[in-house]
Design a protein around this ligand. Structure first.
Ligand code: SF4
Ligand code: SF4
Length: 395
């Protein structure tokens, strides 16, 4: 297993994400995890050197922490590294960091967490995390001083500008940051700039969504034919992981492996580092460009000055490309943070922007379609309500 150095401790470059445990046959209930298969996967992970486990309060209908705690308690506490997260990104009537943290310790059957994250600090959850009524950040700094948290960090699906501001304010007290990173989001979510920002603040990167929810594990045959001309033996997933192995400042790459086959293949991919040649990287970026481009916006911003609604058109079109590539409630969450009046649905179809666009994009049409697609996403408030009920049920 490739190791990385994090403040003097050795981390496996491959970590196990625990929001995709195998479910019992025929079940679609996320809480109905196949515990035997999960135990086998975790034992094989430990045997293969994958001893970093990332869970979170809401995963698997709030059962992930409990199941992980149950299985990991069969191992000595210092043989594995455990990370979980505070759900400040969820819409709740109140936030009690102490009650949730104590519950998490109990569920995970541990006295301390090696890594603890503020879950998805982004444009809309920032006010919760910094609300003096809840004292969330102060409480976790106190837990760190008391040794119940070894390293405090945050995950984020926020935009670059938000991350920049957050780092200016809180960068000095954050030990690590988890972001969505893969060769498509390198440009689609501007993960490249996020990595640069984090490096400037000396904050190590932990990676989530390395294969974009499985999408990069199933490349079309024509794309695989191109890649196979370089490395005939590599699978789609291996290409995604090898690309990440060449990115600086990454300490752990989390993969939500839900079968033994996936785990064993990934352990093999992480047995030693292999970086890609310039030509191989370019081949991947060409594939990424094809996947993500519904509208060819170059972010030149020629269109923005004349928009009477003040809509951030390139930002909207970037999210539109993303939703067309793979719809996710994260996009809806991000768009909820855009002020009313400046959203895609607020376009009055005046056509001012179209005249300015060198790419000749039919912007009003794209924004209209974006609004329709956003409407079709599950609503974040509904997801939070369901999660709150599941957390109460599975306490
Ligand atoms: S068509 Fe829509 S996006 Fe374009 S300038 Fe008019 S209001 Fe703004
Ligand atoms: S002018 Fe066209 S290419 Fe430039 S930012 Fe606006 S939509 Fe994108």
């Amino acid at each position: 297993m490739i190791k990385t150095d994090f403040s003097g401790i050795q981390l496996p470059l491959l970590g196990l994400g625990t929001m995709r445990f195998p479910l019992r046959q025929g079940s679609t209930d996320p809480a109905d995890v196949d515990i035997d298969k999960t135990r086998e996967i975790i034992k094989a992970a430990m045997a293969g050197g994958v001893n970093y486990f990332d869970t979170a309060y809401p995963y698997h209908g709030s059962m992930s922490e409990t199941l992980l705690g149950e299985i990991l308690s069969e191992f000595p506490r210092d043989s594995y590294l455990l990370a979980t997260k505070f759900p400040g990104h969820q819409i709740l009537s109140e936030y009690d960091p102490s009650a949730i943290f104590e519950e998490q310790l109990r569920k995970c059957k541990v006295e301390y967490f090696d890594f603890y994250l503020l879950h998805n600090v982004y444009e809309n959850s920032y006010s919760t995390y910094t609300d003096e009524r809840w004292g969330i950040i102060d409480y976790f700094l106190k837990m760190k001083r008391e040794g119940k948290i070894r390293y405090l960090g945050f995950s984020t699906h926020g935009g670059v500008r938000f991350l920049e501001d957050f780092l200016l304010e809180y960068g000095k007290i954050m030990d690590f940051c988890q972001i969505q990173l893969n060769y498509v989001d390198w440009s689609l979510q501007d993960a490249k700039t996020k990595c640069e920002l984090l490096k400037n603040h000396k904050i190590p990167v932990f990676v989530m969504e390395p294969v974009r929810g499985g999408k990069l594990s199933q490349l079309p045959a024509e794309d695989m034919a191109v890649l196979s001309s370089y490395r005939p033996e590599w699978s789609s997933s291996e290409w995604a992981f090898r690309w990440l192995q060449g990115i600086d400042n990454i300490k752990v790459i989390l993969s939500g492996m839900s079968s033994m086959d996936q785990l064993l293949e990934n352990i093999n991919t992480f047995s030693e580092r292999a970086t890609l040649s310039v030509a191989e990287n370019e081949a991947l970026y060409r594939i990424a460009d094809k996947m993500k481009t519904t509208v060819p916006c170059t972010s030149c911003r020629y269109c923005t000055d004349n928009c009477p609604m003040g809509i951030d058109i390139p930002e909207m079109l970037s999210s539109y490309n993303e939703i067309c590539f793979s719809p996710s409630f994260n996009i809806g969450m991000r768009m909820d943070a855009v002020p009313v009046g400046k959203r895609a649905v607020d376009c009055i179809e005046c056509g001012q922007c179209v005249r300015m666009c060198p790419q000749r994009i039919d912007i009003p049409k794209a924004l209209k379609d974006f609004g329709v697609r956003l409407e079709g996403l599950p609503k974040w408030a509904d997801i939070c309500r369901e999660r709150e009920l599941a957390a109460k049920r599975n306490k």
